[in-house]
Design a protein around this ligand. Structure first.
Ligand SMILES: Nc1ncnc2c1ncn2[C@@H]1O[C@H](COP(=O)(O)OP(=O)(O)OP(=O)(O)O)[C@@H](O)[C@H]1O
Length: 474
C-alpha cells in the first residue's frame, strides 16, 4: 500500500532502520498518531525496530484526557507494545512560565519525551505529523511572517538537545491514513477542540484550505508540498553554509559573536548565522518569531553600551559592547576560570571551591564520583600522553568537544551535560582538565580515549579533585 511505502521510505532514510533501534511512538489517541502506531508496528519486524508508546496526560479536558489515555493503553496492549504514560499540570505550567496553553503543552511533552528517552534508552521519538500538517503550518507561518527556515518547516529527523525526533508521516495525507484506519476498523479519539473554528489551525484546515482548493487551484496542497520539498533541500544547504561562515564572526571567548564582523555580511547571511548560533546556544530557533529575529539582527548595529532582546521564558540575547551572547534573565553570570598546573602540582579554584592535584603514579586509581559535579573525583591518565606538558584546569565554554573513552567519535560537552542533567547554570563551575589543547577528563564522567592506560602497571598521572579549602591543602 502506498502509505506504508511512504512511511517505510522515510524510516529507511532516517538511518534508524535495520540496526535494532528503539523508537518511542508519541501517541495522543488522535487519528494521525494512532495510524503512526499501527504503521510502525506493521513495519517494525522488517526494519528491525523495537517499539514502545509514550502518552502524556496534559491535565486539560480531564474526562476526555482519561479516555485518550485508556485508548492509547488498550491499542498498545493489543499490539504487544509497552506503553509509558505520565501526567502533567499544563495549565499550572502555562501560568508559572507565562506561556500559552499550546506552548506549555508542547514544552511538557518535550520534557516528558526527553526524560523517557533517557530512562528507557530510547534512540528516537516518532511523532504523527502528516503532509497536511506541513501545508497548514505554511499558511499559519506566512500569516505571522517567517523566513526560509520557517517555511521549509518540519524535518523528518530533527535533533533537539538530548532528543531525536522522527516524523515518518510527513509524506502521508491525512485522508489516506483515515481511510486505512476505517478499512481496518481501528478506533481513534477525536479531540473536541479540533472542531473549534476559532483556533487558527482549525480555521485553516476546515475553511481556508478547502476554499483555496475550490476557487484557486484544485491541486494546491500537492503543489505546496512539492515546493516545500525543494525549500527543505535548499534550507539544509544554506544551514551548512551558515555554520561554515559562523567561524569568521565568533569572538575568542566561544559562544559569543562579534557584531562588527557580522555587519560585514548581507542581511540574508547574517540572519542565517544568527539562527545557527542560537541553535548552538540551545535556543529553540523554530519557535522564534520573525520579529524577534529581526530585533536580534538589529542588535548587530551597535558596538557600545548594553542592549538585549528577550526570547521565550527567561532567555535573552545581549549585546554588550559589540559582543553578542545568550543569557538568562535574573541569572548572575558566574565567572569562568582557567589555571595551569604541572604534574606534581596542585591548585585551588576559589569559584567552585575545589582543590585540584596532579601526581605521578602507576596504574589505575578508581573514581568514587558517580556523576558530574560530585566530588571527590579521581582519574588516571597515561603519563606518556602527557609528556612534559602542563595541564590546564578550566571551566566549560560553548562549543567544547571531547572524545570520551569507549565512544567512537567526539561529542559536544553540551550534549554530555544535558544527558547527565547538569543544570546550565552549574556547567561553568565544573573543572575540566585539558592537555595539549584537548579535554582529557570531565570529573564524574570519563577520561578521553587517547589518554587511557593500556596496562594497569603503566606509568600514570593521577588526577584528583576535592572539595576542601586552601587552608587544608597538603
Ligand atoms: N498527549 C500526547 N501524548 C503523546 N504524544 C502526543 C500527545 N499529543 C500530541 N502528541 C504527539 O505530537 C504530535 C503532534 O501533536 P498535535 O497536537 O499537533 O497533533 P494531534 O492533533 O494531537 O495529532 P494526532 O492526530 O496524531 O493525535 C502527535 O501526532 C503525537 O505524535
Amino acid at each position: 500500500m502506498k502509505v506504508f511505502d511512504q512511511v517505510r521510505a522515510s524510516l529507511k532514510q532516517s538511518g534508524f532502520a535495520g540496526r535494532g533501534a528503539t523508537i518511542a511512538l508519541a501517541v495522543s489517541g488522535g487519528a494521525d498518531s494512532v495510524f503512526l502506531l499501527h504503521a510502525l508496528h506493521f513495519l517494525a519486524a522488517p526494519l528491525d525496530l523495537r517499539l514502545c508508546t509514550l502518552h502524556l496526560h496534559h491535565g486539560i479536558r480531564p474526562r476526555g484526557a482519561e479516555q485518550d489515555l485508556r485508548l492509547v493503553r488498550a491499542l498498545s496492549w493489543r499490539l504487544g507494545i509497552p506503553c509509558f504514560s505520565a501526567r502533567r499540570d499544563v495549565p499550572a505550567l502555562a501560568e508559572s512560565e507565562n506561556l500559552s496553553i499550546e506552548m506549555a503543552a508542547r514544552r511538557a511533552r518535550r520534557d516528558f519525551f526527553t526524560d523517557a528517552g533517557r530512562r528507557l534508552e530510547i534512540d528516537a521519538v516518532a511523532l504523527g505529523h502528516t503532509a497536511d500538517d506541513r501545508v497548514e503550518s505554511v499558511l499559519l507561518k506566512l500569516s505571522r511572517g517567517t523566513g526560509l527556515r520557517g517555511l521549509a518547516g518540519m524535518r523528518p529527523v530533527h535533533r533537539e538537545d538530548a532528543l531525536t525526533l522522527l516524523r515518518p508521516l510527513l509524506d502521508v495525507r491525512r485522508e489516506e491514513l483515515v481511510a486505512v484506519l476505517h478499512a481496518h476498523r481501528i478506533p481513534w479519539r477525536e479531540d473536541t477542540t479540533n472542531r473549534d473554528r476559532k483556533i487558527p489551525r482549525n480555521m485553516v484546515r476546515h475553511r481556508i484550505l478547502p476554499e483555496i482548493e475550490q476557487r484557486l487551484h484544485p491541486a494546491f496542497r500537492e503543489n505546496v508540498l512539492r515546493s516545500l520539498d525543494i525549500l527543505r533541500e535548499e534550507e539544509a544547504w544554506l544551514s551548512d553554509m551558515a555554520l561554515g561562515l559562523m567561524k569568521s564572526v565568533t569572538a575568542p571567548r566561544r559562544g559569543q559573536l562579534l557584531a562588527e564582523r557580522l555587519r560585514a555580511y548581507p542581511v540574508a547571511a547574517r540572519r542565517r548565522m544568527l539562527q545557527a548560533w542560537l541553535h548552538e546556544c540551545e535556543v529553540e530557533v523554530d519557535a522564534l518569531s520573525f520579529e524577534t529575529l529581526e530585533r536580534i539582527d538589529a542588535l548587530c548595529a551597535h558596538d557600545r553600551g548594553t542592549r538585549s532582546v528577550p526570547l521565550r521564558g527567561t532567555l535573552r540575547v545581549v549585546n554588550q559592547y559589540g559582543k553578542l551572547r545568550v543569557a538568562r534573565r535574573g541569572e548572575r553570570r558566574r565567572a569562568g576560570f582557567r589555571t595551569e598546573i604541572q604534574v606534581e602540582g596542585e591548585t585551588w579554584l576559589p569559584g567552585p571551591g575545589l582543590h585540584v592535584a596532579a601526581r605521578f603514579g602507576r596504574g589505575i586509581q578508581r573514581d568514587r564520583a558517580r556523576r558530574i559535579g560530585e566530588f571527590p573525583a579521581r582519574a588516571s591518565i597515561s603519563r606518556k600522553a602527557v609528556g612534559g606538558h602542563p595541564l590546564t584546569v578550566r571551566s566549560f565554554r560553548e562549543g567544547d568537544r571531547m572524545r570520551p573513552l569507549g565512544s567512537g567519535g567526539t561529542r559536544k560537552l553540551q550534549d554530555i551535560f544535558t544527558d547527565a542533567r547538569v543544570p546550565r547554570e552549574e556547567r561553568t563551575q565544573i573543572p575540566l582538565v585539558e592537555c595539549r589543547g584537548e579535554i582529557v577528563w570531565i570529573p564524574g564522567f570519563r577520561i578521553a580515549e587517547n589518554w587511557k592506560l593500556h596496562d594497569p602497571r603503566q606509568k600514570a598521572v593521577w588526577l584528583s579533585i576535592d572539595r576542601k579549602g586552601p587552608e587544608e591543602d597538603g
